[in-house]
Write a new protein. Structure first.
Lengths: 150, 255
């Protein structure tokens, strides 16, 4: 752009628009930084283990369902499982209700509920978190077969 | 280049240029959208976990991309109007808002329909979903502000200012899934990085995105043309245009 040739009043208005954008951008980013804790949808397993999550309050916890940890009741809808961050932290979960389609071991879940004093998360609602990866069924079979070989 | 831009800025030459472009854009939109939707819905493979439900992405992803792009273009028109006071930019801004609002609404609704069976909920107040809802309200706010103000010049300035301030929301939508933990997954579709899906899904999705762009530009141009005719109805070139069209019609009737 030929700023040099720009008329003064236009350049002033352009500066004004730039300041408007920078100003509102700064204001919003400061607000969002201050509210950071509240914008995060859920607590990660490590945060819960470290005691960062409040006990007894309605919160959300999210993580991966640990393989082999899902235990279903034979008489009702009760289910126990463990969520993990795939590193070290693990949280025991209790839930009584219908699980979403995508709930399975190794998948991400986000549960809403309360943490009891013993560190068990009693969920009122369990949502499945889908990751960004899409795969065709044939490809998945091939990968699984290769894994089984190895 | 500069001269060409000035020419485009005058309503009369815009009307002439868009007259030539519009059939091309319309045809391309129809072509890309029909090939993309048939390919995506019938021939692309289903997802190994979600099955056929994943196919809603062929509408959801392009609608979301265009919702944000159209806001970007609308706000750019706002900047042009605020700085250079070009009338056509203000018309373009007003005409983009309803299309952008519809696209955002489509993105929200398709996302919700997918969310119920996959996540287990229609809606959750996570950063991605909330910031997209804010985008919808921004579009609606611009429409409301425009229709609430009688004076055209001040309405143009006010809506432009609102559009420019609202630009802050765009990076929030884009990076919400990286900055905070959300229920919404991060982006699967990308032109620059290796996409997180097989090429058999990615390609029809690309066709849909291009198709949505052509569709947006076609509808946008059509709306701007109508608005230009209404505002310039007393100008000589519009009177002449209407007269020639009337003559053509009379001649047809005579035959």
């Amino acid at each position: 752009m030929k700023f040099g040739k720009m008329k003064t009043h236009r350049r002033n208005r352009l500066m004004l628009v730039a300041f408007l954008l920078i100003g509102s951008g700064t204001a919003v980013s400061l607000t969002l930084t201050a509210l950071n804790e509240n914008i995060n949808l859920f607590y990660e397993p490590q945060q819960i283990v470290d005691g960062e999550a409040p006990i007894g309050d309605l919160i959300r916890a999210g993580g991966m369902v640990k393989a082999g940890s899902v235990m279903r009741s034979t008489t009702d809808l009760k289910v126990n499982f463990v969520i993990t961050d795939m590193k070290s932290a693990e949280v025991n979960m209790m839930y009584d209700g219908i699980l979403p389609d995508l709930f399975r071991e190794g998948q991400g879940v986000i549960a809403r509920g309360r943490l009891d004093p013993y560190g068990v998360f009693v969920a009122e609602e369990v949502l499945a978190k889908h990751d960004e990866n899409y795969m065709a069924p044939e490809l998945k079979k091939m990968i699984d077969a290769k894994k089984a070989e190895a | 280049m500069w001269n060409w831009l000035h020419k485009l800025g005058s309503p009369k030459s815009f009307f002439a240029i868009s007259e030539r472009l519009l059939p091309w854009f319309g045809t391309l939109a129809l072509l890309f959208l029909s090939v993309g939707i048939v390919w995506g819905l019938l021939f692309a493979p289903p997802d190994y976990q979600q099955g056929d439900t994943a196919r809603i992405m062929f509408v959801h992803v392009p609608a979301s991309i265009l919702a944000q792009s159209s806001y970007m273009m609308m706000a750019s028109a706002g900047v042009v109007f605020l700085v250079w006071r070009i009338k056509l930019a203000e018309i373009a801004l007003q005409c983009a808002a309803p299309i952008g609002a519809s696209l955002t609404f489509l993105a929200l609704v398709t996302g919700s329909i997918w969310g119920k069976p996959m996540w287990g909920t229609w809606w959750v107040w996570d950063a991605r979903l909330t910031s997209t809802l804010v985008l919808f309200f921004l579009f609606m706010g611009i429409i409301a502000l425009r229709s609430a103000m009688e004076n055209r010049a001040s309405a143009g300035r006010a809506t432009s200012l609102l559009a420019v301030v609202g630009l802050v929301n765009l990076p929030i939508i884009k990076f919400s899934v990286d900055w905070w933990n959300t229920l919404h997954q991060s982006s699967s579709f990308s032109l620059t990085q290796k996409p997180a899906m097989p090429i058999e899904m990615w390609f029809p999705l690309l066709l849909m995105v291009i198709g949505f762009y052509f569709f947006f530009f076609s509808v946008w141009m059509m709306r701007i043309r109508t608005e230009v005719l209404i505002r310039e109805r007393r100008a000589d070139w519009v009177k002449r245009l209407v007269l020639t069209m009337k003559n053509k019609r009379d001649m047809k009737h005579a035959v």
